[in-house]
Design a protein around this ligand. Structure first.
Ligand SMILES: Cc1ncc(COP(=O)(O)O)c(C=O)c1O
Length: 359
């Protein structure tokens, strides 16, 4: 459609439309002329990430527990491969990020999906984890989550950690949307469970998706194993990205500006969605997504999103990407665009939704 000259508004992408922070780009420019860029795991970046945990959640993480990866995706592979054995059952919320399910299957692990509805704000609970029989070997937590942006509140996170410890369930916490929040304080699982694996990335808050940079925090006794896995499976993340990422971690003012834009976009969306007939949503606490129930319009979210794209040029993600069972009646909007683009999208969405037949 773009090749035909149509202007498409990308509410389907789960990534910022902004680039890397200015200081990150400057750091990359300056090392290009001076650094040979061999295989490298940046000691200053590991130390800076450790400082980040000390400052944001009062947790001491020894730099040797940190592996620098090409984003959260390989960090997830590393954690799953290091922590579990083929055939192990791993619990996760449904709806959830599609790669969890697919990565588990690729590693011969068995996804155990827990249906999480509106009542739980689409998030895992300690009670749901406790009810699984037998206890799963692991659980993947995502807070804030994709596709809903909802978080697991502090008390619930603590309760999940307690249940997991009691039942011998290893926690993998995907904290990729930390930093992108709209009110509630977000807690790292490391505050409650030092033996959890934590996946994080520069792709979202740091606005550096294409630089392919992230990290994995391993439990103390698994750090050597994770290090061996990364050396064999992936070697190192790009040196250039590591230099840039280090500078990005001190770009709080610029990155805070992006969060300000998302805050304004979120407010515009929450204000407009009821006018579109989309009242059944869980307002997101973080990330940049809204997951909306579209069952009054359709039972086929893929066809619905395709029709919306063809007729308005607004691209969105169908719920079936995140939930193979109930996703046919949901769709996900990303508001990681400029505020002007959000206004333009809403101006196209309002008349279109108003014209749709309601069931
Ligand atoms: C919840 C979640 N985890 C992990 C990723 C992978 O991110 P990356 O590999 O770019 O760090 C994404 C990407 O959208 C995501 O939404």
């Amino acid at each position: 459609m773009k090749a035909e000259g149509r202007r498409i508004l990308h509410m389907e992408f789960g990534q910022p439309s902004t680039g890397a922070p200015a200081a990150a780009i400057a750091a990359a420019h300056s090392v290009l002329d001076t650094d040979a860029m061999g295989y490298w795991e940046s000691p200053p970046l590991k130390a800076r990430i450790a400082q980040h945990y000390r400052e944001t959640c009062g947790v001491e993480v020894a730099p040797r527990r940190i592996a620098i990866t090409c984003g959260a995706s390989p960090a997830l592979v590393l954690a799953l491969a290091a922590a579990f054995n083929p055939g192990d059952r791993i619990a996760l919320a449904r709806p959830g990020y599609v790669a969890y399910r697919n990565t588990l299957r690729a590693l011969n692990l068995e996804p155990v999906e827990i249906a999480c509805g509106e009542a739980e704000r689409f998030q895992l609970t300690a009670a749901a984890l406790e009810a699984l029989d037998p206890a799963p070997a692991g659980v993947i937590l995502a807070s804030p989550a994709n596709p809903t942006g909802t978080i697991i509140a502090e008390a619930e996170l603590r309760a999940i950690a307690d249940v997991a410890r009691k039942r011998g369930t290893r926690i993998i916490s995907d904290e990729i949307y930390h930093g992108l929040t709209y009110g509630p304080k977000i807690h790292s699982i490391l505050e409650f469970e030092p033996t959890a694996y934590v996946v994080n990335s520069f792709s979202k808050y740091f606005s550096m998706a294409g630089w392919r940079l992230g990290w994995l925090v391993s439990p103390e006794d698994a750090a050597a194993r994770t290090g061996a896995y990364i050396g064999n499976l992936f070697l190192t993340a790009p040196s250039l990205a590591q230099h840039a990422g280090l500078a990005a971690m001190d770009s709080r003012d610029e990155l805070g500006g992006h969060v300000g834009v998302y805050t304004a976009n979120r407010a515009l969306m929450l204000d407009a969605l009821p006018r579109l007939g989309l009242e059944r949503i869980a307002p997101p606490d973080g990330a940049f997504y809204i997951y909306a129930d579209i069952s009054r319009f359709t039972e086929d979210s893929l066809a619905f999103c395709m029709k919306l794209l063809e007729e308005t040029g607004v691209a969105t993600a169908p719920g079936v990407d995140f939930d193979p069972v109930d996703g046919h009646r949901f769709m996900r909007f990303s508001f990681a665009l400029s505020t002007d683009e959000i206004r333009e999208a809403l101006a196209r969405l309002e008349p279109w939704f108003t014209a749709q037949v309601r069931r």
